[in-house]
Design a protein around this ligand. Sequence first.
Ligand SMILES: [Cu+2]
Length: 166
Amino acid sequence: MKFKHTLALSLVTATLALGTTASHAQTAPTGLKVEAPWARPTVQGQAAGGGFLRIVGGPAGDKLLGASTDIAARVELHTMSMDDNVMRMRQIDSIDVPAGKAVDLAPGGLHVMFMDLKTPLKTGSSFPLTLRFEKAGAVKVDVKVQPAPPAGTPAMKSEHKHDHKH
Ligand SMILES: [Cu+2]
């Protein structure tokens, strides 16, 4: 079983290296994975836009420290929460990625924010984003601009979910 699993992973890596993947997933040498990066379209004059993706921690866990892209002056890490029935965004320094766990950056929760956009984000286009991790280093992904989340990713993330202990 163990051998099979390893083989499967190697095949995935090989496919990514050849650039033939259609899933927009990216795997770092540490085993950390970034899946389904997407961003909402923006209108002319809109200064900032939100980006979303799923990070799956490798065997050691990691921490997202920041990101950069050519299409915006800077990229910030944000969290969003309900405060007296008002959605508020707050900048955070880093996002923890526990070993083997998936962390969703999704509407309503954690996200990357493209600040001072140089060009509007148009549906159907895509742009490169470089994520910077503590252990995995730079991981480059291609962000697809689309109005709705890709299949299989959360449409809306509630931050409260994590805190509920039953
Ligand atoms: Cu934001």
